[in-house]
Structure formats: structure tokens, C-alpha cells
Write a protein that binds this ligand. Structure first.
Ligand code: 5GP
Ligand code: ZN
Length: 134
């Protein structure tokens, strides 16, 4: 897609530090390096997010993410990692080409924060379940 930075990296129009590549996807170092080894896995084909991507492509991207995450954790000496994708600006997506983040974690006191607030006392799970089911 024109003017998509990740399409340009996939097409090698701009350079990326490539960790893994096959016919369908590419894994390359995220410029921000939230932690050392922070890597993105993208499909070469443009989809705006996971919500609109071909399910078979999603499956392949996650399969590769698992493989690359194991390689990063082992070779970087990480204690674990977060594997996640942001869908939509409200969820923090800034590049609108589907991508999966692999963020190695070395230390519980690192600067990465994902805070899952416990709202269990304020909500009704049955109401929410009914709503999801439609
Ligand atoms: P999002 O916030 O959309 O989930 O993540 C986008 C990520 O892409 C950010 O972590 C950002 O650092 C990374 N990024 C943005 N532009 C470039 C670029 O040109 N090259 C690389 N390697 N990463 C980029
Ligand atoms: Zn794109």
C-alpha cells in the first residue's frame, strides 16, 4: 500500500534489520527497542490490523512469532516475553499495517507497563457475556 512504512520495509524499499523472512511474512527489529530485541512480525501483504487480516495469514504470522520469540528469548537471555498486537488507535496502534510485537522481558522492574486493572467488583459478567453473544 502506498505510503505504508511497513509495506516499504517488506518491499525492501527502506532497510529493516531483518530477523526472519519467508514468502508470507517478515520479522524485523522495532526501531524503538522498548527492550533489547523488540521485534515486529508483519505479513508482506497489507492489512490494516489483525481485525481485517486473512485468518490464514494471521495464523502464519503468529506461528512465526512463536518461533522468533523462542529464538530471541534464548539468544538474548530473556526471562520471558510479551507477544501482542494493537488493533485501532484506541488500542495504541500507530502503524496501520498488521504487526505483532515481540517484547523480550529481562526483569520485572523494567520500564514496560501493561496494567490490567481489576474491575471485577464493578461489573456483571453475565451481562457482558450476553452482550458479546448478541
Ligand atoms: P504500534 O504502536 O502501531 O503497535 O507499533 C508500531 C511500532 O512500529 C512502534 O513500536 C514503532 O517503534 C515501530 N516503527 C515505526 N516506524 C518504524 C520504522 O520505520 N522502522 C521500524 N523498524 N520500526 C518502526
Ligand atoms: Zn502496509
Amino acid at each position: 500500500m502506498e505510503d505504508c512504512i511497513f509495506c516499504k520495509i517488506a518491499a525492501k524499499e527502506i532497510p529493516g534489520k531483518i530477523v526472519y523472512e519467508d514468502d508470507v511474512c517478515l520479522a524485523f527489529l522495532d526501531l524503538s527497542q522498548t527492550t533489547d530485541g523488540h521485534t515486529l512480525v508483519i505479513p508482506k501483504e497489507h492489512y490494516s490490523s489483525i481485525l481485517t487480516a486473512d485468518p490464514e495469514v494471521v495464523a502464519h504470522v503468529y506461528k512465526v512469532a512463536q518461533k522468533v520469540a523462542n529464538q530471541i528469548v534464548k539468544n538474548m537471555g530473556a526471562a520471558g516475553c510479551n507477544i501482542l498486537t494493537n488493533a485501532g488507535e484506541v488500542a495504541g496502534q500507530t502503524v496501520h499495517h498488521f504487526h505483532v510485537h515481540i517484547i523480550p522481558r529481562y526483569d520485572e522492574n523494567d520500564t514496560v507497563t501493561f496494567k490490567f486493572t481489576d474491575r471485577s467488583k464493578d461489573v456483571n459478567l453475565d451481562d457482558i457475556l450476553d452482550k458479546i453473544k448478541g
